[in-house]
Write a protein that binds this ligand. Structure first.
Ligand code: DX5
Ligand code: ZN
Length: 228
């Protein structure tokens, strides 16, 4: 049975990068029925990060088979050349890396002309100072808890103070924008990031795995935080 999203303590966004690509539609719909809040689509261009993953056509195919909002994680250089085609394909939330080669302030204003949300992602080595002056323009910040590029990497525990610091910065500024985390989120790390202030949890291999069902992956992460 589908859960009521309003009852969730945090949003869960499964990263389909870890899913079986021969059965993407089914894997998205099973996650939807298990009560996730978003579908996270990792777009990699082979430049910003080494792998090449998927593009607009995948987003538009997924748009046709789910009602869930689509969260597009743009690991690309020059996102200004690509964002519009992802909006046209059905994106609801665009996450742009602060390290990608672009005029970020200008790009956020451009994106905001459309009815999509914008979030900025920061790689593990990137300091929060780099996004201080754009926080007011954003709907969210995605703190990378692994180096972007691959699913299944171990969570970087040294990112916990960064999440807490961001939480404090937002509180000091009176901004209620959402903190997301991406990389190595599982039933062990979910309570830690939640306690640090993250409220949007992206999870790939802890939801899509040959070792357990998608339903079990989702409920393990949900209940790991509920019992904290
Ligand atoms: C990594 C991607 C993540 C990744 C998460 O660059 O941005 O979304 O798929 O996978 P896990 O949860 O397995 O670390
Ligand atoms: Zn991602």
């Amino acid at each position: 049975m589908k859960c009521d999203n309003l009852l969730h303590k945090f949003k869960l966004s499964p990263s389909i990068l870890a899913a079986d690509f021969t059965r993407i539609g089914e894997m998205v719909q099973t996650a939807e029925n298990a009560g996730v809040d978003y579908i996270h689509i990792d777009v990699m261009d082979g430049h910003f990060v080494k792998p090449i993953t998927m593009g607009e056509r995948m987003v538009s195919a997924i748009r046709n088979i789910t009602k869930l909002p689509l969260d597009i994680h743009m690991m690309v250089n020059h996102p200004e050349n690509h964002y519009k085609s992802f909006i046209d394909a059905g994106a609801d939330l665009l996450t742009i890396h602060i390290e990608s080669l672009c005029d970020i302030k200008n790009l956020i204003s451009e994106i905001k002309q459309y009815s999509v949300q914008v979030s900025v992602a920061v790689k593990p080595q990137t300091s929060l100072q780099t996004i201080e002056n754009i926080l007011g323009q954003l709907d969210g910040v995605l703190v990378m808890t692994v180096e972007p590029g691959y699913s299944g990497q171990p969570f970087l525990h040294q990112m916990l103070p960064k999440i807490k610091k961001l939480h404090q910065m937002l509180e000091d500024l009176g901004l209620s924008i959402e903190i997301g985390v991406d990389g190595g989120i599982d039933p062990d790390t979910a309570p830690l990031v939640y306690a640090s202030g993250a409220r949007m949890l992206v999870a790939g291999s802890a939801i899509y795995s040959p070792d357990f069902s998608i339903e079990d992956g989702v409920s393990s992460i949900r209940s790991s935080v509920a019992i904290e």
